[in-house]
Design a protein. Structure first.
Length: 148
């Protein structure tokens, strides 16, 4: 029998998982040698978990992907709880993920892979603050790497 977590504990658990997934993306890019097959899925998964964590911490229960994206837009972006630059991150990566599920492949080179990784890390970090977790800081070197 598993112990039920309170909303803050559940949010913290989801943020930890999102951060691990976001860091794994970095490692995969370094080791991929140009093969970024799971990048879109991994980035979407990390962003989704982070958004769900923030919403969960706010008392908003979302179980489907579409409701998470909808509440992310309504309860976080429209209320300006995080920087507006993150407005399209989740919905854009969701669209890419859905297209890949339908067989459309996206050409991803090393530069685009780094940008996706950077966007994922930044969004997870921004949402971590809303879910009660301490944000981690990207180093100046990492910011330069991801922003070009």
């Amino acid at each position: 029998m598993s112990e039920e977590l309170n909303p803050q504990e559940e949010a913290a658990k989801l943020i930890r998982r999102a951060r691990i997934k976001a860091r794994e993306i970095e490692t995969k890019i370094e080791e991929a040698g140009g093969a970024y097959d799971t990048l879109i899925y991994d980035a979407y998964n990390a962003m989704f978990m982070a958004a769900r964590a923030a919403l969960h911490n706010m008392g908003v229960e979302c179980n489907s992907h579409r409701t998470v994206v909808s509440h992310y837009r309504h309860d976080i972006i429209e209320k300006k709880l995080i920087d507006p630059k993150f407005e399209s991150h989740l919905s854009k990566i969701q669209t890419y993920w859905e297209e890949e599920q339908q067989g459309t492949k996206h050409d991803i080179d090393a530069d685009r892979a780094k940008r996706v990784a950077g966007a994922t890390l930044e969004l997870v970090d921004a949402l971590a603050g809303l879910s009660g977790a301490k944000p981690t800081s990207l180093t100046a070197q990492q910011r330069q790497l991801y922003t070009g």
